[in-house]
Write a protein that binds this ligand. Structure first.
Ligand code: TXA
Ligand code: MG
Length: 344
């Protein structure tokens, strides 16, 4: 299969929508990361997403809509919990995914066999145009091969999905750079299952009771059931071995300079740049958490583009605001391997 790169012209959005209506899978830009979009209500189309990604069948997909009313128009859920309405009013369209009780209209393949469905109304204008033109809700996971870093440019999607999907819509660089915040609602409590573009602080401004699931920053214990199936799989990993390194500026720079240079790259802050003699990838300025989020996945992809690099040492990020999402992705990319310089 030849993979076309389409533009965001009227004609190309229409071509993308036609491919989707015919049961195909199309690379879709969103404000978070690129998605692999297909008709969420068409079992065979959704199966094609799982095949293209190599994704385990029990890991459910997010259903993307282009207005709050689409939830009822497509009869996606059995009921809309009151907190879901509140969250939608506050954060939609935007990088927030809300889990709700699924209706029979949504096929089980889409939800990985669960009786809940994850719904998101993206703010990216081209995502909205594609959903509207397709006239169906779009199931879309991140458009990477399962386990590798999520794509934030059409080029990233092309390198993972070339020959596997008919088209990618090139909407440019994704604004946020990491995936949406995923929340569930139970007995009035909003629980963050995956931190993302909408921060815990944002949620707390609107909802009285907000909790963060333990598995966001900690490894699942043996036998523990994941609230969100995505938590149990290896994620976001470059081929090189990644270690998160916790410590102050001085300690980190000293540690970095002690590593063998040919096989090692350091992911550090702009402020570290002149103090480290090894190949470096800049995460962003230390205080600019948005920039770190925005650059994260392209930085992780860059590691593997450097010849012969086997090990990457990454600065342990600040956990405030969107920093929690950065840490959640990095700690998984590192397989929970943290080097704590303060404890050495
Ligand atoms: O920003 C995003 O959310 C991107 C763009 C394309 O919208 N999509 C995305 O999808 O990140 P994906 O499939 O890579 O991640 C979805 C996460 C997975 O961890 C999955 O397990 C979880 O959401 N999820 C989906 N439906 C769920 C459900 N019904 N219950 C619990 N977790 C669910
Ligand atoms: Mg993903």
């Amino acid at each position: 299969m030849n993979t076309l790169i389409l533009s965001t012209s009227e004609e190309d959005i229409r071509r993308g929508a036609e491919l989707i209506r015919a049961g195909g899978v199309v690379g879709m830009p969103t404000e978070t990361v690129y998605g692999l979009a297909a008709n969420a209500l068409d079992e065979n189309a959704v199966r094609r997403i799982f095949e293209a990604k190599g994704r385990p069948a029990d890991n459910p997909l997010i259903v993307h809509i282009a207005s709050f009313e689409d939830i009822e128009r497509f009869a996606l859920v059995r009921e809309i919990p009151p907190q879901a309405r509140l969250l939608a009013e506050s954060f939609w369209p935007g990088p927030l995914t809300v889990i709700m009780p699924k209706s029979d209209t949504v096929p089980e393949v889409t939800t990985g066999g669960l009786d809940t469905v994850a719904v998101r109304f993206p703010s990216d204008i081209n995502a909205q145009r594609l959903i509207k033109a397709a006239g169906v809700p779009l199931a879309a996971p991140s458009a990477n091969i399962s386990g590798s870093p999520s794509p934030t440019t059409a080029q990233h999607v092309f390198s993972d999905m070339q020959g596997k999907i008919p088209a990618i819509i090139d909407g440019g660089d994704c604004k946020v750079g990491l995936e949406s915040t995923v929340v569930s609602i139970k007995d009035g409590v909003v629980t963050v299952l995956r931190p993302g573009g909408v921060t815990v602080e944002d949620l707390k401004r609107v909802c009285e009771r907000v909790e963060v699931c333990d598995a966001v920053l900690n490894k699942l214990k043996d036998g523990e059931v994941a609230l969100s199936p995505g938590m149990k799989y290896k994620h976001y990993s470059p081929k090189a071995r990644v270690y998160l390194v916790k410590g102050g500026d001085e300690a980190f720079r000293e540690f970095a300079n002690k590593q063998a240079s040919e096989e090692t790259v350091v992911l550090c802050y702009k402020e570290d740049e002149t103090f480290i003699d090894l190949p470096k990838i800049i995460l962003g300025r230390k205080a600019d958490l948005e920039a770190q989020a925005h650059n994260l996945f392209s930085d992780l992809r860059l590691i593997d583009e450097l010849d012969g690099v086997k090990t990457a040492y990454v600065r342990f990020p600040c956990c405030e605001g969107i920093g929690m999402a950065v840490l959640n992705r990095l700690i998984r990319a590192a397989g929970f391997e943290v080097i704590d310089l303060e404890k050495q």
